[in-house]
Write a protein that binds this ligand. Structure first.
Ligand SMILES: C[S@@+](CC[C@H](N)C(=O)[O-])C[C@H]1O[C@@H](n2cnc3c(N)ncnc32)[C@H](O)[C@@H]1O
Length: 226
């Protein structure tokens, strides 16, 4: 299971440089269009250094940020005391009660867990009836080690099968922790099979288009079925 502690500083700096900005903006936009965030109970699953949780809290939400990494949670605690920060496994959410949250969000973390379906099911359990889940992942078609930039703004996709991968090199998050590559259909079908009605899916644009201008993220919004 991915453990970010040795990479907490590296990830925190990446967030400071805006590396996950398009995911935060997408999730905030979707939540704001669906519900009044003032007083809404929101769980940020795999909250990392707490950037998205903190922004949701500033918008008036009652936020619980969950992560496995104690070091990332330390950065999160340094950002705000207005969020409840908990060390917990996203695939279980064992510290959280049933049907307590209006929304669950998961920003670019499902590729880190061996069982993304377990995360969907855990989020389904903690959501109130009719609650909403918004999630983003690195786009599995274009942003994977099996998709090579051709130097002209395009990419060549070499493989698309579900598999665990590690990138080349050393000392990076993906060369050490690796990630799970899953096709779009697997994410969507497993989300719906976990008890969510699909409200929309999106392919979120890159902010930095220097390598290519293909979508950076795949994203979905669903509502817990009664
Ligand atoms: C790529 S980071 C994304 C962090 C944050 N959501 C963001 O968008 O900046 C993935 C996060 O998932 C967390 N994570 C990985 N596996 C987890 C698990 N089983 N339970 C809880 N958190 C997990 C990692 O510690 C890390 O903070």
């Amino acid at each position: 299971m991915a453990h970010y502690d040795p990479f907490a500083e590296q990830y925190h700096h990446m967030v400071q440089k805006g590396g996950a900005e398009s995911s935060y903006r997408y999730i905030l936009r979707q939540l704001q269009s669906l519900s009044d965030l003032q007083g809404a109970a929101i769980c940020d699953v795999g909250c990392g250094d707490g950037e998205l949780s903190s922004r949701l809290s500033l918008l008036g939400a009652e936020v619980t940020g969950i992560d496995l990494s104690a070091k990332l949670l330390a950065y999160a605690r340094g950002k705000t005391g207005n969020v409840t920060w908990l060390q917990d496994d996203a695939m279980v959410l064992g510290k959280l009660p049933d049907e307590a949250y209006d929304c669950a969000v998961s920003s670019v973390m499902l590729m880190d867990v061996p069982d993304h379906g377990a995360v969907f099911r855990a989020c389904h359990r903690i959501l109130k009836p009719g609650g909403v889940m918004v999630w983003t992942v690195m786009h599995p078609c274009f942003q994977s080690p099996f998709s090579y930039p051709m130097g002209d703004g395009s990419r060549k996709v070499m493989q698309y099968a579900p598999q665990f991968w590690k990138s080349g090199g050393t000392g990076t998050i993906r060369s050490t922790l690796g990630a799970y590559h899953r096709p779009l259909a697997q994410y969507i079908n497993d989300f719906m099979a976990s008890g969510f009605s699909l409200l929309r899916v999106d392919e979120v644009e890159r902010m930095d288009t220097s390598v290519d201008d293909l979508p950076l993220l795949f994203a979905a919004v669903g509502r817990k079925r009664e």
